[in-house]
Design a protein around this ligand. Sequence first.
Ligand code: PEP
Ligand code: MN
Length: 336
Amino acid sequence: MIVVMEQNATDEQIQTIASKVEAMGLKANIIVGTERTVIAAIGEKRGSFKDSLESCPGVSAVTPISAPYKLASREVRPEPSLIEILDFRAGSGHVGYVAGPCSVESEEQLMSSARAVKAAGATGLRGGAFKPRTSPYSFQGMKEDGLKLLAAAREETGLAVFTEVMGTDDVDLVAKYADVLQVGARNMQNYRLLEAVGKCGKPVLLKRGASGTMDEFLLAAEYILNEGNDQVMLCERGIRTFETHTRFTLPLASIPYLHRRTHLPIIIDPSHGTGHTYMVKDLAVAAVAAGADGLIIEIHPDPPNAMSDGYQSQTFDEFAATMDRCQKVQRALQAD
Ligand code: PEP
Ligand code: MN
């Protein structure tokens, strides 16, 4: 249920409604918009509270939320959310660019990548320290040593650090070094992990599961939001289909669809989404043209010798050229 307050409703009237909602056994989320404040009453309990709330002073309307997700929906928050971390901005007209290696491998590899990311004009640095690998015999990441290198790279470049957290036990450790916690595709429906990153309060990049539907994706985001953390970005990274010419199938239709359903920023990952370096630039440009709020791209100083995902990683020069094209498209759209 959404309680829409009148434009001139007082703080006291808003608080009174929030208390009434809580007294009904529901959670009251006060969302202050530029035009009006709404109170999202969230919970399982159903009943006809509409009349008793609608007659309260300061209330304009009480309407049900039709989507299965509530806090993630546009119904609750019609204006797009802006996520800001250091110089990184995504959403509400800003396109945030994140790049870096799939895995943090060494000081030299990470620092050279971070400098290339910064020089190309991006504001976020990615790099996995805990790697979810299909085989237990593949490189699993540098763990805390990798996190330390990421923090050192932020220190030098000012880039916001994005890195994956794979399990609830690691949330505090990763949050100590990272600016944005990435929940990987394999963990989109790890509900305990979603709650834990929600509680930790750091911004989260939630990747879509390879077989996750849009409703499942948005309900996964809802777990994080429901813990009081509204710094959530959604990442479309491709889904598994019958098609084998790409590693995954990257549906850019997710951008307009998600923009219609949710206020959360949409970040596109053309690296995992295609699995081929030669496709990354074109899909990155297409994503910006389709209204993406950000991109996350894998780069490496020596892709053929990368310890993970080299076949989809760009060289520094390829990334700079991609940035150049994306920003041209962005400017053209803004001038339109
Ligand atoms: C990654 O970003 O390196 C990664 C493992 O991504 P995903 O969870 O989308 O597979
Ligand atoms: Mn990767």
